[in-house]
Write a new protein. Structure first.
Length: 423
């Protein structure tokens, strides 16, 4: 792992940084929306970040599957069993930060009923509901999954999803300090893999054996083993990287966006942990961006942008890492790609904000509430809408019909099994 003394600044780099700041300025105007709408955007971005962040590491879970696991994780009365049996420090601080900064609420340990004002999701139905309206297949699946969660029975991919979600919350808790220490990094890794049974032996600890990845060489196309930092040297090199970051923050020689870009590649070149290094790099990039004042990253998923261009993402990163390994780092491929991804993240968020303003300025209040329910839970049924809005069934039918006609919702199923999905 090489920490650069200087980074060559190309016209493309300057143009990308300038473009990001122009878009960031436009966001300030576009983001003057009601707090509940901004909260909804943040929740959607969190879901996208978890799902895409996992798939970048070849964990195969759809957005719908991730949404279902996280909705049940957050429901009052259900609790993910921590298989690693380690204490989770600062739980109260994390929960408060979730609610204040991201709108993600976690149940308190031992809580058997939802907090005041908390609305139970569809899987927590009463006996009268079961008699009045039969459960659809997807509702049966969710009930079964709720029991699995209460018993601590999650498959390996679902464990990773819960860990990534909680790590995103921990990132927000670290933002106000404005610093990053070795303990912070190890604690974040502990949270990230805290629910993964197979990783319990090494969470929060540096690697003990080589984890050199086999990659496709960007130039030759042949399989190449990329040499990462030997286990014995990880502690010293992590300390050096964090010391470099501290110096850059106090006496900057690089633009903050370049500092984040270089830090991310250096961390990936080191691969300090036995597993979870890619996810850790993206979580740390998010943290450093938030601490540098790029607050919009909480409302748009960088992971989703990277997933859409996954091939070029790894191609650019590997080109730079191979140069770092040889002692002659070629920074331009990674800098160009990463800054382009950050610019695309801002563009996508700006478009989403403009679209949200147009949609919800034209929708009646009840229709907006229905769309919010669908987005929050991934789907909504008539029973959901009646219970959570308190509105009349016939009135709701008219709103559902209009939302389908307008293209805001998509209808699935027939009869009592009808449910609606946001488009």
């Amino acid at each position: 792992m090489m920490i650069p003394n200087q980074i060559p600044i190309s016209p493309l780099t300057l143009s990308l940084i300038s473009g990001i700041h122009e878009l960031k300025g436009a966001l300030r105007t576009a983001s003057h929306m009601a707090p509940d709408r901004m909260l909804a955007l943040r929740q959607v971005a969190t879901l996208e970040s978890v799902a895409s962040g996992l798939r970048l590491g070849n964990v195969v879970l759809s957005d719908t599957e991730v949404r279902r696991v996280l909705a049940l994780r957050n429901a009052g009365g259900s609790r993910i069993v921590d298989r690693t049996a380690h204490p989770s420090p600062d739980d109260d601080q994390t929960d408060l930060t979730e609610q204040a900064l991201s709108g993600m609420s976690a149940p308190n340990a031992g809580q058997s009923s939802p907090p005041p004002g908390h609305k139970l999701p569809q899987e927590f139905v009463g006996l009268d509901d079961l008699v009045a309206e039969p459960l659809a297949d997807h509702e049966v699946d969710e009930l079964l999954l709720a029991h699995q969660i209460e018993a601590g029975v999650l498959n390996a991919d679902e464990q990773q999803a819960v860990g990534y979600y909680e790590a995103l919350s921990r990132v927000l808790a670290l933002v106000p300090s404005g610093r990053l220490t070795e303990d912070d990094v190890n604690d974040l890794h502990r949270v990230l893999l805290g629910h993964s049974a197979k990783d319990a032996w090494h969470v929060g600890k540096y690697k003990v054996s080589a984890n050199n990845p086999l990659i496709t060489h960007p130039e030759s196309g042949t399989a190449t083993v990329l040499q990462s930092t030997p286990p014995a040297n990880v502690g010293d090199q992590m300390a050096a990287l964090l010391a470099w970051l501290t110096r850059e923050r106090s006496e900057p020689t690089l633009h903050p966006l370049l500092t984040v870009t270089v830090f991310t590649a250096s961390f990936m070149g080191m691969r300090p942990y036995q597993d979870g290094n890619g996810r850790m790099a993206r979580l740390l990039a998010r943290l450093l961006l938030l601490q540098a004042g790029y607050s919009h990253v909480a409302y748009g998923s960088l992971e989703a942008v990277l997933e859409k261009d996954k091939g070029n993402f790894y191609h650019a990163l590997n080109r730079t890492l191979i140069g770092m390994e040889s002692g002659n780092p070629h920074w331009e491929p990674w800098i160009g790609f990463f800054l382009s991804a950050l610019a695309e993240q801002v563009r996508h968020l700006y478009s989403k904000l403009e679209r949200e303003k147009q949609i919800f300025s034209a929708l009646p209040k009840l229709s907006s509430a229905i769309v919010d329910l669908a987005r929050e839970h991934g789907r909504v049924t008539m029973a959901d809408a009646i219970r959570l809005t308190g509105s009349n069934r016939n009135t709701l039918k008219l709103h559902f019909r209009k939302l389908v006609h307008q293209g805001q919702l998509q209808r699935h199923g027939m009869g009592a099994g009808v449910w609606y999905q946001p488009r």
